[in-house]
Design a binder for this molecule. Sequence first.
Ligand code: ATP
Ligand code: MG
Length: 429
Amino acid sequence: MSSPKPSAPHAVRWIARKLEEAGHDTWAVGGAVRDVLLGRPSGDWDLATGARPAEVQRIFRRTVPLGVEHGTVGVLKDDTLYEVTTFRRDVETDGRHAVVAFAQTIEEDLARRDFTINAIAWHPLREELLDPFGGVADMERLVLRTVGRPEERFREDYLRILRAFRFAGLFRMEIEAATWAALCELVDHLTSLSAERIRDELVKVLDADAAPSRALGLYAASGALRVLYAELEALSHAWPGGRERWALSMGAVDEVPKGRSMLRLAALLRELTPAETAALLMRLRFSNAQVDETAYRAAAAPLPEASADSAAFRRWLSASGPGRLAALARLDLARALAERRIGAADRVGAVVASWRRARTVRGSAPPLAVGDLALDGRGLIALGLKPGPHFGRILDELLDWVLEDPTRNERQQLAERALALAQKERTSG
Ligand code: ATP
Ligand code: MG
């Protein structure tokens, strides 16, 4: 690899120059430097500096106190917020977070970073690369390795174990043997992390523009899946066909387009029972709305076969909610693509045909909910019926009858049908 030059954005050089002019050593660090060196589109550019937060706030007019107690000040330039963080070093550890203090040098700051590929600094003015732990060489060899002794580094902050899976998956890297051995030994400690940090890592894996199955495969192989997501682990051992079901879940996650992390999550959980899905999502402290929607999607019935009559499609749309068609069809399609990938079946064309069919049926705007009926509760009262819980049952039955044939959605026909249903209620109740 002919180390490409990071060439920081203008704003990064401008910020660095102001700090350097005030006498503070300043470097670009972290993900952006790494991504540029890997030839990938870079995310946020972060800066590390010898200046203390108060000094940074004094030097720049437009700042945001992002985390001053941790040394981070946001500097606004060209409509972008850049994080400027005072050099830090690890002082103490509790495994849930590394505890840090301010440091004097960039070298100390790089030493507390998790992996060699994340511990490279770039001086945006002198155009100088600082790579004390051989991060560039590891990139070339596609090796993910901790800075320093792996066991120590993971014990300081167990989240680094999950970060290892994500980076190795994303960059198609091999986790170096000692790093792998240490993290496998320590996976049981992952339970000490907060649910939020565990969840955010999973979402980042699902958000990545790479196949999440690679990182998820490392969760499984290391034992982290067993510790954090026992429901999924049990699935992969389930009989019969456990391995195949796990492979299908992995394939389906990969086949949901990137940028749809919640839909990928539903694909991941699709083989679980609804109770398992809800328990897992609540444990990770997803919002109630996210739990409900994801659990619903994960358990949703597949689209009817394209050859089914339109009543079947109306029933499906009515049960799923017409607004969910795209999401649920994508899940079905991902699943079919995954089946084809493992050579199980080829339903891809069939799913596409069903989806098209469902869109056509929906496009004809048939009544799909009780609220779409030409007769409502007040209409039932006008027919002389006494309000009560049976109203709900009658309206549901009317909807069912209309789903069968939308031309029945007409006041007179519904009224006759409602009276007959009420009669039946009286004689049977
Ligand atoms: P991305 O933003 O793409 O997820 P990143 O490497 O930028 O990747 P961030 O979480 O933004 O990750 O962190 C920025 C940098 O801070 C990392 O590159 C790494 O050097 C350091 N870092 C982040 N989290 C940790 C951690 N838990 N332990 C040690 N260093 C860390
Ligand atoms: Mg980042």
